[in-house]
Design a protein around this ligand. Structure first.
Ligand SMILES: Nc1ncnc2c1ncn2[C@@H]1O[C@H](COP(=O)(O)OP(=O)(O)OP(=O)(O)O)[C@@H](O)[C@H]1O
Length: 411
């Protein structure tokens, strides 16, 4: 009888190398001669690249969309079905619950439990609570080598977290202060290829409020975010007012982007430029990722303050890419906030982070909520309820005619 194993790793461990060692070398078993696959966002990225290159798609989603046009959750579910149909002899699963709603998490857990009776499952988990119930052995990594945990509880990462002691910089400009509401949707309805996604959405975001946007996979959360951030052509002909300006009245996407700080866990994938940590933060003044313009003295001072808040002043000249994944996110949130925007959008900010980095990141988000008048809108499937405390939750509830929205006060 085979064993099912998990690696409980931190973001400082090199995941890609670990996967390679599991699949191609004999790290905890000899899988190199067996037919295996990787269930991971890494595989989804590869399939999307193939789709773009060859113009057809191999992985079918229930909505018959390409993976590129599917929601995060739809992509994961479609990938798992595709992999299972390949008669595998083992499966490596990475960040199994990331981007999935509660129902999809249960569904995938059940499918994997069933599969684990037939073939070995090797799980890679950053969060302790993600370790699947059927796992027999849990390994930690020490100097890249697996060490069986033997039932010894790993140290509680939450107790080691870093505290941000310095106060955040003051508002950079005050001409945005009078805008209210920041976002107003009046009966907004969106369909893709005649398939309704959201219906009659009425929603206002007032300055300084802290919102969580929730809803099952495919319910339209990213669609609403792109209607706000100016990237969705479906915003035209809708009754949407952004920062006091009615959509379609001649505003440019850049006018809107100026007033929004944006961070998504997906952003990190596209960054290859060698910017220093300081320059990466400064680039937020110009709405670019990476610095292409020379900041003013005032802007440099604000960047320095952010570096002190993050405890990175001494390493400000170091390459952004040399930082751990968790620290890169802190820098990108500082980049999003450096211009002190009226609205900060955080799309799945904790996806893929380890327990320790989640504590640090949520501490920074709470600090921004307390110390600034920036409204925050974050999307997360994770119930970081002990850590993040939004004032309101906007929930998308799927219906056959498109998701409807409702507001839940979080207190
Ligand atoms: N450009 C597009 N073309 C066709 N369909 C699309 C497009 N963008 C989104 N969709 C579809 O619209 C629906 C809503 O997608 P959206 O990404 O907004 O959902 P979501 O709530 O963010 O999902 P998830 O939690 O899984 O990320 C999905 O069924 C998706 O496949």
């Amino acid at each position: 009888m085979h064993k099912n194993s998990a690696f409980y790793i931190s973001n400082k461990d090199n995941k890609r190398t670990l996967i390679k060692h599991i699949m191609q070398e004999h790290l905890i078993g000899n899988y190199s001669n067996l037919k295996g696959a990787l269930f991971s966002e890494i595989t989804i990225e590869k399939f999307i690249e193939e789709e773009i290159r060859h113009g057809h798609y191999e992985v079918a989603t229930p909505a018959k969309n390409s993976l590129e046009k599917s929601s995060q959750g739809e992509r994961k579910k479609a990938l798992l079905n595709h992999l299972i149909s390949q008669n595998l002899e083992y499966l490596v699963v990475d960040n199994v619950f990331g981007s999935l709603d509660g129902a999809a998490q249960e569904e995938i857990e059940e499918v994997l439990a069933h599969l684990s009776c037939k073939i070995p499952i090797i799980q890679i988990a950053n969060r302790r609570r993600d370790i699947l119930p059927f796992i027999d052995d849990v390994y930690l990594l020490q100097d890249g080598k697996p060490v069986l945990q033997n039932g010894i509880e790993a140290s509680d990462s939450a107790s080691q977290h870093k505290v941000f002691v310095e106060t955040l910089p003051k508002a950079y400009r005050d001409d945005w202060e009078s805008i209210s509401p920041l976002v107003k949707f009046n009966n907004v309805t969106v369909a893709y290829n005649n398939r309704p996604v959201v219906k009659n959405i009425c929603w206002e975001i007032k300055p300084g409020t802290f919102w969580q946007l929730v809803g099952p996979n495919g319910s339209g959360k990213s669609t609403l975010l792109t209607l706000i951030s100016g990237d969705n052509p479906k915003a035209f002909n809708q009754d949407i007012t952004l920062f006091g300006v009615k959509k379609g009245s001649g505003e440019s996407v850049w006018d809107i982007k100026k007033k929004i700080g944006y961070f998504s866990s997906e952003m990190l994938r596209g960054i290859t430029r060698l910017d220093s940590i300081g320059n990466m933060i400064a680039s937020g003044f110009f709405d670019t990722i990476g610095l292409y313009k020379v900041p003013t003295n005032e802007q440099i001072k604000i960047v320095q303050q952010w570096l002190r808040v993050l405890g990175m002043y001494e390493i400000r000249k170091q390459s952004f890419l040399s930082l751990s994944r968790g620290y890169q996110r802190l820098v990108l949130i500082a980049r999003a906030m450096v211009k002190h925007p009226p609205l900060l959008i955080l799309d799945e900010p904790t996806n893929g982070l380890d327990d320790c980095d989640v504590d640090i990141l949520t501490e920074l988000i709470n600090k921004i909520a307390h110390e600034t008048d920036t409204a925050i809108l974050y999307v997360s499937h994770r119930k970081e309820e002990k850590l993040l405390k939004p004032d309101f939750i906007y929930e998308l509830v799927p219906r056959s005619t498109g998701s409807i929205g409702r507001i839940i006060s979080s207190s």
